[in-house]
Structures are given as structure tokens and as C-alpha cells.
Design a binder for this molecule. Sequence first.
Ligand SMILES: [Mg+2]
Length: 173
Amino acid sequence: MLKGFLPSQHVKSIFEITPQSLKEKGIKAIITDLDNTLVEWDRPAATPKLIKWIDGMRNEGILVTIVSNNNEQRVKSFSDPLKIPFIFRAKKPMGNAFRKAIKAMGTQKSETVVIGDQLLTDIFGGNRNGFHTILVVPVAQSDGFFTKFNRKIERRILSSFRKKGMLNWEDPK
Ligand SMILES: [Mg+2]
């Protein structure tokens, strides 16, 4: 029953994800969460390291779309300077925004990875809609108001995975 929450892969940060590692899996495009995946939820703009990571992906022909449940102001003001397409109020784990993103990028689900820091929205949503999924450790220890509720449930699922040996990383909290 918890299987829908198990990511295809898990990493400590997005910086562990390289164009080469994606290409080896036949991945051509990234759908990524914003808050606590790319930067801290309360950091308004990308860091130089993140800009370099995104440029590295683009230089290797990997397409990137930001799909966030946050509001237009937050997602637009973050994405526009990077010239990255974005979808705000995505209602993850619902699949509509993911489908819209791959349609715009012209890729198949099997060629697209969903990256995020939350099991209940990013990973569950990606899995149930047929994408490869990568869970990252949240960039910040703190969360926005609504995320705090999800984290409680998430901690239980993560601890169950760890007990079964399905995930082997330190508790992100
Ligand atoms: Mg997030």
C-alpha cells in the first residue's frame, strides 16, 4: 500500500543528479518541484550553484519545467529570471500539471523524471502518473504552513521504508 510513495531513486540533493545519469536512463526532461527542492522555501531567487546546475542540464539538451503547488507570484518571480517554463498551483499529487508539462516539452512520461522533496505530493503524484521519480532531502529544515501537516505523515512512511531497508539515508528531519 505504501509502494506508491516509494521513489524510483533518492539523493541528498539535486546537485547529485547529472545530465549523464539521466541520459543513461533515457531521460530527456525534468519536472521539478521548487520549494525545498531547488532552494529553501523562503528563498526568493536561485543561487549561483543552482543556475549552474540548470545551465548544465540545458547545455546537454535536458528540458526543465518547474511544477509547484505554490502561488503564481512565488513561482513566476523565481522561474522567469531563469527562463524556465513553470506551472503554479499545480495541485500535486494530481496529474494534470505533469501532463501539461510533458505536452509542452514534447516528451513521453518514460522520458521524463519528476523530482521533489515531498512523498505525498511530488513522489506519490509522479509514481501514480507513470513517471520515474527522484526524492531529494529537503533543502531547509523548516517548511511553509501547509507542508508541516504533510511532513508528519511523511515521517511515518519514511521510517517504515527504512525499517524494510527500502530507503537508506539518514532521517532528513
Ligand atoms: Mg517542495
